[in-house]
Design a protein around this ligand. Structure first.
Ligand code: 5GP
Length: 131
């Protein structure tokens, strides 16, 4: 069965898209740890990041780098934290999270409530700042 992220890629499930090319997609996390929490995924459905073929893995990280520069321009923060967990959705994804302290990367923290409209506006703002 297709992963929920493959369904997003295929447009069956909506997302607040930040960027897309032929191999990668980036969109806001639906349940953000911080304003600007963004996911970066390969379109190829692979569960575990270290099963990705080398070129796809390195290019995924470079795509995430580009997205992080856009987030930094929109969300005030010390830096963008990057982590990979993957225990909930079996489709490779990098989390990009605006942080000011190590505690901001704690996934046990309460999530930030954002309306669909706020997420849409934020995604558009980040997208507009990408090189
Ligand atoms: P992980 O697999 O790394 O533990 O977490 C999966 C992440 O995907 C979570 O942060 C969760 O909020 C996010 N997520 C799960 N389903 C959806 C969805 O349908 N849309 C979006 N935008 N994010 C999702």
């Amino acid at each position: 069965m297709a992963s929920i992220f493959t369904k997003i890629i295929q447009g069956e499930i909506p997302c607040h898209k930040v960027a897309e090319d032929d191999r990668f997609l980036s969109f806001l996390d639906i349940n953000p740890l911080a304003k600007g929490h963004t996911l970066v995924i390969p379109k190829k459905e692979v569960d575990y990041i270290f099963d990705l073929e080398d070129t796809l893995l390195t290019d995924l990280v470079l795509f995430a780098k580009k997205i992080s520069k856009g987030i930094e321009k929109v969300v005030s923060c010390e830096r963008i934290g990057m982590t990979v967990i993957g225990l909930e959705v079996p489709h490779v994804h990098i989390h990009l999270i605006p942080i000011n302290s190590i505690n901001d990367m704690n996934f046990s923290n309460p999530k930030v409530a954002m309306t669909k409209e706020e997420l849409a506006t934020l995604a558009d703002s980040i997208a507009s700042k990408l090189d």
